[in-house]
Design a protein around this ligand. Sequence first.
Ligand SMILES: NC(=O)c1ccc[n+]([C@@H]2O[C@H](COP(=O)([O-])OP(=O)(O)OC[C@H]3O[C@@H](n4cnc5c(N)ncnc54)[C@H](OP(=O)(O)O)[C@@H]3O)[C@@H](O)[C@H]2O)c1
Length: 242
Amino acid sequence: MPAAVVTGSSRGIGRGIALRFAEDGYDVAVNYHTSEDAAESVAAEVRDRGRAAVVVGADVSDPEAAAGLVEAAADAFGGVDHVVNNAGIDQHVYTEELDPADFDRVMDVNVNSAFNTTKAALPYLRGSDDEPSVTNVSSILAHTGAPIECHYAASKGALLSLTRSHAADFAPDVRVNAIAPGHVETDMTGDRTPEEEREQLEAIPVDRFGRPADIAEAAAYLRDAGFVTGETLNVNGGELMG
Ligand SMILES: NC(=O)c1ccc[n+]([C@@H]2O[C@H](COP(=O)([O-])OP(=O)(O)OC[C@H]3O[C@@H](n4cnc5c(N)ncnc54)[C@H](OP(=O)(O)O)[C@@H]3O)[C@@H](O)[C@H]2O)c1
């Protein structure tokens, strides 16, 4: 059966993607960094959908850990056909107060992890007969920038450049695309004030926040879209058009 590695799939968008891939017939490597119990629950939900799951704790910003994740998936499933680089962290702080170590950490988790996991998976992807793909989860902020999270926005912009570079590099064997979500209701966005929530909602023409399933829908499309590579799919309820 075809198999996917979804980084950061213990919660939020990654969990949504893992479950959608299971519904679509994929075995899934569920990756966590700190939330082991949550990852085990996601794996149980994958198995409820009739697919196999393996749970792998790995900080994917560490190249060896990312390689271990890929190896565990390949051992469990006999290969890796798709990778979704979803793991990410955010931090709200103005540049004047931003510690360079925090800047580096955000880049490590949001960009280096995608490089690490993709690089480790590449031999397996090239050996796949399931029209293999890599999908990188970027952000609307890659396009707009963000005053109180310049490192986050920069990391997500870098992810789009990595996407296009890898798409050209791996063609025609492996397609590589990105998703740029707008505001999606997860733990990452759970700390906004009611006023921030109202202001954000007013900027979204479809008049609701995104759900993990909305991003999973985009991930499923890009997994299957055989004539799409090097592309960014914007999924933001019309907040940024064009
Ligand atoms: N929510 C939004 O509005 C939004 C918008 C645009 C883009 N995004 C992007 O979408 C992705 C998922 O975001 P989310 O909202 O679902 O966030 P979330 O609810 O905070 O979940 C983040 C996930 O990433 C994992 N993770 C964090 N650091 C990791 C590391 N070093 N190694 C492995 N896994 C790690 C977490 O695992 P543990 O819990 O196990 O530590 C968790 O599963 C991120 O890349 C984020 O930047 C989100």
